[in-house]
Write a protein that binds this ligand. Structure first.
Ligand SMILES: Nc1ncnc2c1ncn2[C@@H]1O[C@H](COP(=O)(O)OP(=O)(O)OP(=O)(O)O)[C@@H](O)[C@H]1O
Ligand SMILES: [Mg+2]
Length: 278
């Protein structure tokens, strides 16, 4: 089991309880999308799985370790096995793309190798190989502050792929990309995860992309799991319940009723038409 949560709660500083009594398991090699309305707790869950946050209650096991019980050295070792793709990668603006990608392995390199790599990129072919399938190898020596939002997201993805983590986490990894690139990038992430046999957990707002690319969907709302099913079994009712917005409806706003895209009928899992963003 790669991930096991048993009654996990997480309360942010300030007292907001973002995750409530979550119990779920994700096996090695599974590819899972987490969907849900804004504020549901998706980013909080991914930060927890990335060990950036610790549970306030319950038990969390990641790759065989309980991060809350690890000493600093053990936690550092665990973190080298987990790659978190951020929605807005926190890359130094003046850093070049090549350096940002190679920094994916800083945690597992010796201090001297890491320092040298920061000044003189040591593995140009390795970085290029990560950027090429993301259609970004022409930006290898460009500074990060000269990239668009979607290009920056792809640098963040290349960096985590270069890291060769055992657990890939992605928080809205394609939110700044056009639909074609977003589709291609999610297909690539899933293919690489499958080829490497690693676990992939991604949060997504685009329900059609989640249903199209991931085997299993977890619907998160108000810090609770509302449903957890194979993507082919997620129904229109599941989606309506997940995204129901009482307060907008009470204010008299017309509220869209989310549904499976045509051609992705529940129970078939077959895409017959071009993907459509909900
Ligand atoms: N650092 C923090 N301190 C206090 N509360 C926080 C913090 N981070 C998030 N929260 C709160 O926790 C809840 C869940 O936030 P989270 O960012 O996990 O939601 P999300 O599902 O990722 O939303 P979105 O789809 O908008 O990205 C929100 O109500 C948010 O206000
Ligand atoms: Mg979020």
């Amino acid at each position: 089991m790669t991930i096991a949560l048993e009654g996990v709660g997480l309360t942010h500083p300030g007292g907001f309880q973002a995750l409530r009594q979550l119990t779920l398991q994700i096996s090695s090699g599974e590819r899972v999308a987490v969907i849900g309305p804004s504020g549901a707790g998706k980013t909080t869950l991914l930060q927890l799985l990335g060990t950036g946050l610790m549970p306030s209650a319950g038990q969390l096991h990641l790759l065989g370790d309980d991060p809350a019980r690890l000493q600093a050295r053990g936690l550092k070792r665990l973190r080298t096995r987990i790659g978190l793709i951020h929605q807005s990668p926190p890359l130094p603006p003046r850093q070049r793309v090549i350096t940002a990608v190679l920094a994916g392995r800083l945690g597992s390199w010796s201090l001297s190798r890491a320092l040298v790599s920061l000044c003189y990129p040591l593995d140009i072919p390795g970085a290029r190989a990560m950027l090429e399938p993301l259609d970004l190898d022409d930006k290898l020596f460009v500074r990060c502050d000269q990239l668009s939002g979607g290009q920056l997201q792809r640098v963040g993805i290349a960096r985590v792929l270069y890291q060769r983590a055992d657990l890939l986490l992605a928080d809205e990894p394609v939110s700044a990309m056009d639909p074609v690139l977003a589709d291609h990038t999610l297909a690539l992430l899933n293919r690489i995860a499958a080829d490497r046999g690693v676990t992939l957990v991604a949060s997504l707002h685009a329900v059609d992309l989640a249903l199209r690319h991931f085997q299993r969907i977890i619907g998160l709302r108000d810090g609770n799991v509302l449903f957890d099913r194979p993507s082919a079994q997620v129904s229109d009712d599941d989606l309506s319940a997940l995204y129901a917005n009482q307060s907008l409806a009470e204010q008299g706003h017309e509220v869209v009723r989310p549904a499976r895209p045509a051609g992705l009928g529940a129970g078939t899992g077959i895409l017959r038409t071009a993907p459509r963003c909900l």
